[in-house]
Ligand binder design. Structure first.
Ligand code: C2O
Ligand code: CU
Ligand code: CU
Length: 460
């Protein structure tokens, strides 16, 4: 029975790259589902894709495919991923948002040796949380992610939650011209600001998928922003849409989706009931005041009767103990305002600071000091202050924040692995340091991370 259920879910799984290019695809990597085991073979390799209609682009792709295969697995069940590096440079794979042991976190030097070209590394873990997550390399990220090594991970609930329809959309702009040639992935002038956007300006074009939905279908849309740079303010037209999960984590009381911003690294799960046949549901994002289509869904006749959306069980995040919590302060600053941005024209840029430090870089023999050392089992409140003009999605590996306050106002607590700080934004986010190891802690605008806004915390 479970088999039939999961099979059906596999077939419904779709992935798309959106805006500039939203590619419809449905690709399942060779998965052998043994009892209680999910096993995958995954590789990273140079490949080609038609991202601009009529043109071929050299890309870096998981299993040679754009978009990358969506990995499906189940909460509380072990997953094995045999990963082979067929790139001509080292890499590692990080499972964004999964609270798994440090050895499997996929960060070079901190959690494992870089996987050299031709080598295979087997990742094994058991995801404790259900939801929408994603995977990507954690080396040479501007290029490796920018050129296509980004994919979705769907962790099904331990006790099946059934939606009639489910679609996964992965959102990415490509840094391409109209002939499908690569443009600069990182231009320092932009790295020091909002980051270098792909596919913008007067060459704006877009390719978005069209799907169908059965009328009355309870529908779950999983959106993941895998872009290096851009934030998508998401809206849905044509149906009453609800936010049911933020960054993989279900929210206790779903709320109406008016507009919800997902910055690089972030996800949102949207629930809706498909309207009557012949209607259209559109997922849009706003660029300033202008709406852009990401994907559309045409409804078709069905025998489904209208019913409420299923509720998602909350994830088993370790409860925070605010009475005994310790506060740690983090200030995110623009380095250009303090020190000369460029170190003796070495081509190495430090534009951003976390607590007055720009990431020193890391190698086998040179691991910098942690930005914070935390005691295992203790609750910490991270007081996050952005004193810059640009927004920063601040991401912590291996743990899940409970956000308590945004811009000085208390919020209904919600769980996330990435906190979006707006321009001069301020947030308070707590978590129990319950996962021992050295965990990356960085802005997920990839150029910000690569030009200073990165560090790691150590849980001992
Ligand atoms: Cu998406 Cu360091 O991670
Ligand atoms: Cu991560
Ligand atoms: Cu940033």
């Amino acid at each position: 029975m479970a088999q039939g259920w999961s099979r059906r879910r596999f077939l419904q799984s779709t992935a798309a790259m959106a805006a500039i290019s939203t590619l419809p695809a449905c690709s399942l990597i060779s998965a052998s589902r043994k009892t209680g085991q999910w096993e995958y073979h995954l590789s990273a390799e140079p490949s080609h894709a038609s991202l601009v209609p009529g043109h071929q682009t050299d890309v870096l792709a998981f299993n040679g495919e754009i978009p990358a295969p969506t990995i499906r697995c189940r909460q509380g069940e072990p997953v094995t991923l045999h990963f082979t590096n067929n790139l001509n440079e080292p890499t590692t794979i990080h499972w964004h948002g999964l609270r798994i042991p440090i050895e499997m976190d996929g960060v070079p030097f901190l959690s494992q040796a870089p996987i050299q070209p031709g080598e295979t590394f087997t990742y094994r873990f058991t995801p404790p949380d259900a939801g929408t997550f994603w995977y990507h390399p954690h080396m040479n990220s501007v290029v490796q992610l920018g050129k296509g090594l980004v994919g979705a991970i769907v962790v099904e609930e331990a006790a099946p939650v059934e939606f009639d329809e489910e679609h996964t959309l992965i959102l990415k702009h490509w840094h391409l011209d109209r002939q499908g040639n690569w443009k600069d992935l990182a231009i320092p002038r932009y790295s020091a600001r909002m980051g270098t956007p792909g596919g913008m300006g007067d060459s704006e074009w877009s390719h978005h998928p069209e799907y169908t939905l059965q009328e009355n279908a309870t529908t779950r849309l999983r959106l993941a922003n895998v872009d290096n740079t851009l934030t998508y303010p998401i809206q849905v037209r044509g149906a009453e849409a609800w936010i049911i999960a933020i960054d993989g984590n279900p929210i206790a009381t779903p709320r109406r989706l008016d507009e919800h911003k997902i910055a690089p690294g972030m996800r949102v799960d949207i629930g809706l009931i498909a309207p009557k046949a012949g209607k259209k549901v559109e997922v849009m994002y706003m660029k300033g005041r202008f709406p852009f289509l990401l994907a559309s869904f045409i409804t078709t006749p069905s025998t489904l009767i209208e019913k409420p959306l299923p509720a998602l069980p909350l994830n088993p995040i370790t409860p925070i103990d605010l009475a005994n919590a310790e506060t740690r302060h983090f200030t995110f600053e623009w380095a250009g305002a303090i020190t000369p941005a460029d170190k003796q024209g070495k081509g190495h840029h430090e534009f951003w600071l976390m607590n007055k430090r720009a990431w020193e870089g890391m190698s086998k023999g040179n691991i910098p000091e942690p930005i914070a050392t935390l005691e295992r089992g203790k609750t910490y409140i991270f007081d996050l202050k952005n004193v810059t003009q640009y927004h920063h999605p601040i991401h912590l590996h291996g743990h899940t924040f409970t956000v308590l306050e945004m811009d000085g106002k208390p919020v209904t607590p919600f769980h996330t692995d990435t906190v979006l700080l707006g321009k001069n934004g301020h947030a308070k986010a707590a978590f129990v340091a319950d996962n021992p190891g050295r965990w990356m802690y960085h802005c997920h605008v990839i150029e910000h991370m690569k030009t200073g806004l990165m560090g790691f915390v150590e849980v001992v």
